[in-house]
Write a protein that binds this ligand. Structure first.
Ligand SMILES: *Cc1c(COP(=O)(O)O)cnc(C)c1O
Length: 642
């Protein structure tokens, strides 16, 4: 782990988490699903990484505390259902709906407001009804639950996907737990319907209680390898997921009578060698561990001497040889009892839950599996520093920032994938792109000019209309063609072979349409080009809108050329290129050159056609295209067109 530069850090062992989840799932009734609780940043373990691993391990839901936590997971690309476990405020409703978060409901006013909002938006959303069967916290008081559930069930824009309750003391009070179970079951029995999900168990209850009528369990702390009671150890083997570490930053001596730390709460009775570790209560190492906690250095226990400071602690290393600045210190986590979370919290009569949440406030998390670091998180509580993120993650952040600004995920992804590259690299400030691009080129034998194919082309695509006119252009040489590629007002370009005189008979625009309106065209020509200006008064109405273009032409192509190239010159989403040819063409080889996500589009061959298609929703970069290399039977005699 040589890359660690921080004073303290957290190691999250995803392998251990996986082990715990599998052990916990083995305790569930067959067919029961699980919800992974990732509230409070997954008890300090990192909500995103835990969510991802939980999903891999089969989680059906995630549980968070509020809509902010849910929204963050959605931004990061998590798509499975997310339940907000505590009651939401009216102010959270629009976020709930926008990010598809499932509220738990227990207040009738809130539920009505939610139903109204959904009605306005014309959506139906799932809710989970929270019933208080004796926890005495959130939830509908058990005696009122039946009636209120029926009221909620009658709301048109809400669907009760689940009904749940929460235990007050499932880790150590089995009789009260049974009492709550009975209450919950009797409420459910009175209902005229059974919701898709019924859930009650938290981590402890999964191990301590049998709840036959539930089909979902909410897994929290046990997944992180922290026991809620000594007795649980006999039922399940869990491995701690989080380890909090630091390094020794100073080694020194004290003599009898010397005191250590604030308020002189520790005084040395003999010569003491001690070390300073640069973490304190501001890092989440609890103040109440003053003179109580122990840490591990080289696997050996060392006492805390004196009070925990905001940013430093002193540890006794008298019993250890050759301790040096830079040596690793384990403050919490791992297998050894002295530094297990449960043990440390027990020393000051605190809560393991709280200790997990507060530990590592200033630490970067290193996600590990089988001894290797697989990802890291930024230092928490730090403003945005782009180098905290990998390129992938940064890309995701930029993309979602842009999408949010534009209120369109699609445009956000175009800009991110493609336009930004052109913007910064090519410095091309105008954004053009095409969609549903289909270019069909049909060769036919020509009786008048046997050395040539008669060519019919048809191009259709959708694009935002930039102006009330545009050009179709035919170039007589590569140089002129190149110029047309640079021009943004040219929607179609064709290179006419130099053996064919350039005139409207040899390159004939037969029809140009925009949204099914046939446009007028006007030809301007010289010996190197034909420029066909396409226009119609109706186009002014469509400027700035996405419209459907269709352009048909007729031209000639020399048989002896033996190859035909079709280019895609703009950003294009979903492209098809069809080449249809007569029987005199004896073979066709297809050489696509595509850039974008996929470099190899699908190619379908039939008797007299080759059809190339990219996957739907896929962006193709400019400078893509295809070369068809063909062999054809030459007719006798050479005919030159005049
Ligand atoms: C936090 C929470 C849990 C998880 O509890 P653990 O003891 O960590 O398993 C389950 N249900 C609800 C409603 C919660 O708020």
């Amino acid at each position: 782990m040589t890359q660690i530069q921080e004073r303290s850090w957290i190691e999250i062992d995803l392998g251990n988490y996986t082990h715990n989840i599998r052990a916990i799932r083995a305790k569930l009734a067959s067919g029961a699903r699980f919800l992974q609780i990732v509230k409070a940043d997954a008890y300090g373990h990192g909500a995103y990484e835990i969510a991802r691993r939980a999903i891999r391990e089969g989680a059906s839901f995630l549980g968070v505390a509020n809509s902010e936590e849910g929204m963050l997971l959605r931004y990061l690309g998590i798509t499975i259902p997310i339940i907000i476990l505590s009651p939401c405020l009216d102010t959270e409703i629009s976020t709930l709906i926008e990010y598809d978060l499932t509220p738990s409901v227990s207040d009738i006013e809130f539920t009505l407001a939610l139903d109204r909002f959904c009605e306005q938006k014309n959506v139906v959303r799932n809710v989970h009804v929270n019933v208080d069967t004796g926890m005495g916290r959130s939830g509908i008081y058990f005696a009122d639950a039946g009636g209120m559930i029926l009221k909620i069930a009658s709301m048109k824009n809400l669907k009760i996907q689940g009904i749940f309750s929460h235990f007050a003391a499932s880790e150590n009070d089995s009789s009260y737990t049974r009492f709550q179970i009975q209450r919950f079951e009797s409420i459910l029995k009175q209902l005229p319907f059974t919701p898709e999900y019924v859930h009650m168990a938290n981590s402890s209850a999964i191990v301590t209680a049998q709840i036959q009528f539930c089909n979902l369990a909410r897994v929290g702390i046990l997944g992180f390898g922290v026991y809620t009671d000594h007795s649980i150890k006999h039922h399940i083997l869990l491995k701690p997921v989080m380890v909090f570490k630091s390094r020794i930053s100073q080694v020194k001596h004290a003599y009898p009578g010397d005191s250590i730390g604030y308020n002189r709460t520790y005084t040395c009775e003999q010569r003491t060698r001690y070390a300073i570790v640069p973490v304190g209560y501001a890092d989440g190492y609890d103040y109440l561990l003053s003179n109580k906690g122990e840490v591990l250095v080289r696997g050996k226990k060392c006492r805390i001497l004196g009070k925990i400071s905001m940013d430093m602690i002193a540890i006794d290393i008298t019993q250890l040889d050759s301790i040096a600045v830079g040596d690793e210190v384990t403050l919490m986590g791992g297998e050894q009892e002295a530094v297990r979370c449960e043990h440390l919290a027990g020393l000051y009569n605190g809560s393991s839950y709280e200790l997990l949440c507060q530990i590592g406030r200033r630490a970067r998390r290193y996600y590990r599996e089988e001894g290797k670091t697989i990802s890291t998180s930024p230092l928490s509580r730090r403003g945005f520093v782009s180098k905290d993120f990998t390129d992938d993650k940064l890309g995701m952040i930029i993309e979602s920032a842009i999408s949010q600004r534009l209120q369109s995920k699609e445009i956000g992804s175009i800009i991110n994938d493609v336009i930004l590259k052109r913007f910064f690299i090519d410095r091309d400030r105008e954004i053009h792109y095409k969609k549903d691009f289909l270019h069909t080129v049909r060769f036919e034998d020509s009786d008048e000019y046997p050395d040539y194919f008669r060519v019919y082309t048809e191009l259709t695509f959708t694009k935002i209309l930039q102006s009330d006119f545009f050009y179709v252009a035919c170039a007589h040489n590569e140089e002129v063609l190149e110029k047309y590629f640079m021009r943004k007002d040219v929607e179609y370009r064709w290179l006419l072979d130099s053996s064919v005189p350039i005139m409207t008979d040899s390159f004939n625009v037969t029809r140009v349409c925009v949204n099914n309106h046939t446009l007028h065209h006007h030809v301007h020509a010289n010996h190197t080009f034909l420029e066909i200006r396409c226009f119609h008064e109706i186009l002014t109405k469509y400027v700035g809108q996405e419209v459907c273009f269709s352009i048909s032409t007729q031209t000639y192509y020399p048989r002896i050329k033996k190859q035909l190239s079709i280019y895609i010159s703009e950003m294009t989403k979903e492209a098809g290129i069809h080449f249809i040819y007569p029987q005199s063409v004896t073979s066709v080889e297809t050489v696509p050159f595509f850039s974008g996500k996929t470099r190899f589009p699908a190619i379908h061959r039939s008797a007299q056609a080759v059809k190339i298609h990219t996957a739907s929703d896929e962006w193709i970069f400019p400078t893509s295209g295809v070369v068809f290399v063909y062999a054809s039977v030459l007719k006798k005699g050479t005919v030159v067109i005049y």
